[in-house]
Design a protein around this ligand. Structure first.
Ligand code: FE2
Ligand code: FE2
Length: 308
């Protein structure tokens, strides 16, 4: 499809981020082959819901990288160009790691998830044909929703991941730390491209519900495989997890709909800042230590004291 040549919005001005730098980290991190896809004891629905979200990432995140790279070609702000380069570096690490996790989940009992992946592949191919403005609005909208996810997962980590598999818990928390670190980039890129309010607001719904929807489709596919969807206990869990997601992430979507919204207005969790400082103290190439999900506070895994 031929599209209008891209130009930077005339009134766009770059503003400093909350973090000094977006760091592309080595994901020195591995999942064991015998990993149990039912990784949060007592919470089969939550386990499969996060597995469903993980399933979307190797389709979503390459789409974000491609979209941002395309926009970057005509951006004349060196700070934003550098942000985009680092954003893309982080997202590329994320989806490669999610792909490894997803392969293990499929191999260890849920090969049916490949059908959901086929659907996502077709959906993102179609989305790739939309205008750059629509794709950037989708990207900015999704990243606003992710900021809500970050706060939810980090501040409620004890409730969500107590006694859960430390590999998957640590990976999700690490992913969310980096999402917070680059939370301004897709928004800034959209603002530099057009800045128009209405397409951005539509992108909040489009980006959020498209990804969440496929996460839930993946979750239901796994629950069908388990043949537990008829159980009242499981139905109650589905309702509870859905309400929890809406309660914790919904306010971020509402705030993103404000014409004056800027992700810089969201305060970063202290745990995220401690994780970044702790990681910086690791020797180059060292394995990233796992969060201890059996401790009460689930502190950052770098022997640094402060916790939210
Ligand atoms: Fe990511
Ligand atoms: Fe992201």
């Amino acid at each position: 499809m031929s599209q209008a040549p891209y130009k930077q919005a005339e009134n766009y001005r770059y503003a400093p981020k909350q973090v000094d730098e977006i760091i592309i980290r080595q994901f020195t991190f591995e999942f064991p082959d015998d990993l149990n896809p039912y990784w949060i004891p007592g919470h089969v629905v939550r386990s499969h819901l996060f597995n469903g979200f993980s399933l979307t990432m190797p389709y979503l995140e390459p789409f974000l990288v491609k979209t941002m790279r395309e926009a970057s070609a005509a951006i004349q702000v060196p700070e934003l160009q550098e942000d985009i380069r680092q954003f893309n570096g982080q997202e590329a690490s994320h989806y490669k790691c999610h792909r490894r996790l997803n392969e293990i989940v499929k191999t260890n009992g849920y090969e049916e998830l490949a059908e959901v992946e086929d659907r996502m592949q077709r959906s993102y191919k179609k989305l790739g044909g939309r205008s750059l403005r629509t794709r950037l609005a989708y990207s900015a909208g999704f990243e606003c929703m992710t900021n809500g996810f970050t706060h939810w997962l980090i501040t409620k980590r004890r409730k969500l991941f107590a006694h859960a598999d430390p590999h998957i818990s640590s990976f999700w928390l690490m992913h969310m730390v980096e999402e917070t670190e680059h939370k301004t980039v897709a928004f800034d890129t959209y603002m530099a491209h057009s800045g128009q309010y209405l397409p951005r607001a539509m992108g909040v719904f489009h980006g959020s519900f498209h990804v969440l929807g496929y996460g839930f489709i993946g979750m239901f596919a796994a629950l069908r495989k388990d043949a537990v969807l008829q159980q009242p206990r499981v139905v109650a869990q589905v309702i509870r997890e859905t309400c929890s997601l809406i309660w914790n992430v919904g306010p971020y979507l509402l705030r993103a709909l404000s014409p004056r919204h800027n992700p810089r207005g969201e305060v970063d969790p202290q745990w995220m800042q401690d994780w970044i400082a702790g990681h910086a103290s690791l020797p180059a190439g060292a394995m990233i230590p796992l969060v201890d999900t059996n401790t009460l506070d689930m502190p950052v895994p770098f022997n640094r004291a402060p916790v939210t």
